[in-house]
Design a protein around this ligand. Structure first.
Ligand SMILES: Nc1nc2c(ncn2[C@@H]2O[C@H](COP(=O)(O)OP(=O)(O)O)[C@@H](O)[C@H]2O)c(=O)[nH]1
Ligand SMILES: [Mg+2]
Length: 185
């Protein structure tokens, strides 16, 4: 069970990232899906990771120390509101390099908005992680905003695409699923 989460640094430069053998668990997903909110919840600190109601603001990779044992990594969302083509290409390149070269990387937690289901970008990321043989755990966020039939449809869609997918249904409002998420660490 994780206790103390500390913000370390934010960078897009591989050379500036922590240089040790600690494991890293990446939290990723589309912009606005709830990544920063989840990190804040896990660390019990509202200011830990910046949350924003305006999507697409985070543009570098943030590292958080957990109990001096491992790190959580907040990867910018792959939704591209209000950015130039040049910025998108640079961003994609940075993300790709990170997943290809980062030896500390052990697990991916992919957040999906339960009302949106899998987007093309999500599918692309899933194929990419599968290619590099990185295990993925799915968290369906914002279930407070979905009704039973939307939840059913979402689970059916994921399970039809990914065999034996582990899906945790979560809400940062009601805290449903939070205990299950904490047990992943
Ligand atoms: N209703 C609801 N809103 C959420 C939930 N999680 C995050 N949000 C809101 O969604 C917006 C984006 O969250 P943020 O954590 O910044 O997303 P990020 O871009 O993935 O880091 C913020 O306004 C959050 O308050 C949730 O489980 N339920
Ligand atoms: Mg964020």
């Amino acid at each position: 069970m994780l206790k103390n989460i500390k913000y370390l640094l934010t960078t897009s430069d591989m050379k500036k990232m922590p240089d040790d053998n600690k494991d890293e668990i990446v939290i990723c997903g589309k912009s606005n899906v709830g990544k920063s909110t989840l990190i804040n919840k896990l660390g019990n600190n509202k200011k830990l990771a910046k949350t924003s109601s305006r999507p697409g603001k985070t543009r570098a990779i943030s590292f958080f120390d957990v109990d001096d044992k491992f790190r959580l990594v907040d990867i910018p969302g792959y939704g591209y509101a209000n950015v130039s083509k040049k910025q998108i290409i640079a961003f994609k390149k940075m993300i790709e390099t990170f997943f290809k070269e980062r030896r500390n990387l052990k697990k991916i937690i992919l957040l999906l908005d339960i009302r949106r289901g899998l987007t093309e970008d999500d599918s692309m990321m899933i194929n990419f992680f599968a290619y590099y043989d990185i295990p993925i755990i799915f968290i369906a966020t914002k279930i407070d905003k979905a009704n039973q039939s939307e939840i059913y449809k979402f689970e059916k869609e994921i399970k039809s695409k990914i065999k034996n997918a582990e899906i945790i249904k979560y809400s940062a409002i009601s805290n449903v699923g939070l205990e299950k998420i904490k047990k992943l660490f």
